[in-house]
Write a protein that binds this ligand. Structure first.
Ligand SMILES: [Zn+2]
Length: 331
């Protein structure tokens, strides 16, 4: 009798999950159409199909499957998240910020969500909250967002020594976003640059990105995605940039920039290469190139800086336990 009851509970639970997915898909449909209009035609099909892929079984927090009231609880979370993604007030780098919509690809990756469907996101956020000792509501509110930002920031390189001359290599013009960039500004840490080349070679084989390639599989000179905008910057050069942009604020040009390690790369991911304007970052975080980096860069040892879609730091590979703990699963 007990097992019979258990199987009825299971059937009800599966039915509820089904309802959530159906509701989530119709919820996300309007958003997808809007986002698709701004994508490159060559990547549209791949993007559209990935948006509704639910390849992994949906894991729902136990609380969510325990009663019929769970569905209304998640429906409420979806509605609340739709508001908060554009309205949540928070501060970063001395600037007030609004919403977390810009960070949806990073959030989805962090919580192990394969799609940008609001329903699945709420469910995965709920599981992530549970794993992090936060009340498991599925609502990405201020407390949860603050915890996520802390997690993203804990990935940044800190206190690394500046690169010495013998660690640096010269980046070929063909790997640069601006082919006229002078040689003294085309330097990078040797190991980081080798990892970058491996990463771009992998991106080049991904046909869904629609990258323009030469006969031997390199990015053409006209292809700008994934090209290096900036890598090593000496302390002196960084100071000079800061003098040119005195109002960039703490979220802008750092005093102790990770770029002086030679292991930080600004890569072209669309729009204005390195503008923190919200509308520019919104455009960048919708590109196939950026979304590919979010999903794949960790395999090559690169970690994101959540606030700047173009900025990636080479942390190396090999510390898989740490990589998995914070959600940058090696896939
Ligand atoms: Zn940077």
């Amino acid at each position: 009798m007990k097992s019979h009851r258990f199987s009825i509970t299971s059937v009800i639970a599966i039915f509820i999950v089904g309802l959530i997915i159906v509701a989530a898909r119709s919820e996300g449909a309007g958003k997808r159409v809007q986002a698709r209009a701004e994508r490159k035609p060559s990547t549209e099909a791949a993007q559209a199909s990935s948006a509704i892929t639910l390849s992994a079984p949906v894991k729902v927090a136990p609380k969510a499957t325990s009663s019929a009231s769970a569905f209304s609880a998640f429906a409420a979370a979806i509605t609340r998240n739709t508001e908060l993604q554009n309205n949540l007030g928070w501060a970063f780098g001395g600037k007030s910020q609004r919403g977390w919509a810009l960070y949806t690809p990073l959030i989805a990756n962090l919580v192990g969500c394969d799609s940008d469907v609001a329903g699945e996101l709420a469910m995965r956020v709920s599981a992530w909250q549970q794993g992090n000792g936060i009340e498991s509501t599925g609502v990405l509110d201020g407390d949860t967002w603050s915890r996520m930002v802390t997690t993203f920031q804990s990935q940044r390189m800190k206190g690394q020594p500046a690169a010495s001359e013998d660690q640096l290599v010269t980046i070929p013009v063909s790997d640069c976003y601006d082919p006229s960039r002078p040689e003294e500004l085309r330097k990078a840490d040797r190991d980081s640059f080798a990892a970058y080349k491996r990463m771009v070679a992998a991106a080049a084989t991904d046909k869904s990105l629609g990258l323009a390639l030469t006969a031997d599989g390199q990015l053409t000179s006209g292809e700008k995605y994934f090209k290096i905008v900036s890598a090593f910057r000496s302390r002196e050069y960084q100071d000079q940039l800061r003098r040119q942009s005195p109002n960039s604020g703490r979220a802008g040009l750092a005093v102790n920039s990770p770029h002086n390690t030679g292991r930080a790369f600004d890569l072209y991911v669309g729009g204005e290469p390195v503008s923190t304007k919200d509308e520019n970052r919104a455009l960048q975080t919708r590109t196939a190139a950026y979304r590919w980096l979010v999903k794949n860069a960790a395999r090559f040892g690169f970690r994101p800086y959540f606030y700047e879609p173009w900025h990636w730091e080479y942390a190396g590979v090999g510390n898989d336990a740490e990589t998995r703990r914070v959600g940058y699963a090696v896939r």
